[in-house]
Design a protein around this ligand. Sequence first.
Ligand SMILES: Cc1ncccc1-c1cc(O)c2nc[nH]c(=O)c2c1
Ligand SMILES: [Mg+2]
Length: 214
Amino acid sequence: TQSTRPQRLLHAVQKNATRGDPRSVVKAIDNFCRQKEWAMNVGDEKGCILDSVVSEVNPVTVLELGTYCGYSTVRIASLLPPRAKIITLEFNPDYAKIARQVIAWAGLEDKIQVVEGPSGEWIPKMKEQFGVKTFDLVFLDHWKDRYLPDTKLLEDCGLLRKGSILLADNVICPGTPDYLEYVRNSPRYKSQYFKSHLEYTKAEDGLEKSVFLG
Ligand SMILES: Cc1ncccc1-c1cc(O)c2nc[nH]c(=O)c2c1
Ligand SMILES: [Mg+2]
């Protein structure tokens, strides 16, 4: 039976990356996507912007919406302080299965919790299920039509505090116009656009960083 692209990406990690070395896992995925097959990881160019925001925020609790194969999960977790944790939500069980193995290869299982299912159902359960009070950083990288409803849900569930940071991928390509309009015009956010390119291509894309003002 034919393998899937996520399976081929995992095999590239297991072949080319060093167990327990997150940076080598990131490098192996970027090389696979540049030399073999494009895949929708945040990639190395936008990944550097992600790294700088994570390092600046130094978050203790992180929520990632959209795990895919775990590339950005590994990138973020490798920069977290010792007791910090990241909860990453993935709707697609096949993606979640691959992501768990990529995360294990990087040796970051203790910092990462992969949760399967729809973000709209899991966000209201965060406090009771995972003992989360508020998130210091939320990385939105799942489905463009869910960015705005999930952001409103995070607000309504009291999961954001004054100073929480939302960082959103793909605000240009595929594009999230309703989300952009909201965070750029709402008095409750201070927003900033980081222009970049769609992963592994020359097409424009970028990350939108929005600070929740409370
Ligand atoms: C798949 C695709 N094709 C052409 C252009 C962009 C994309 C694309 C790129 C991404 O970084 C994505 N991240 C999260 N979720 C997505 O659906 C997604 C889609
Ligand atoms: Mg993306």
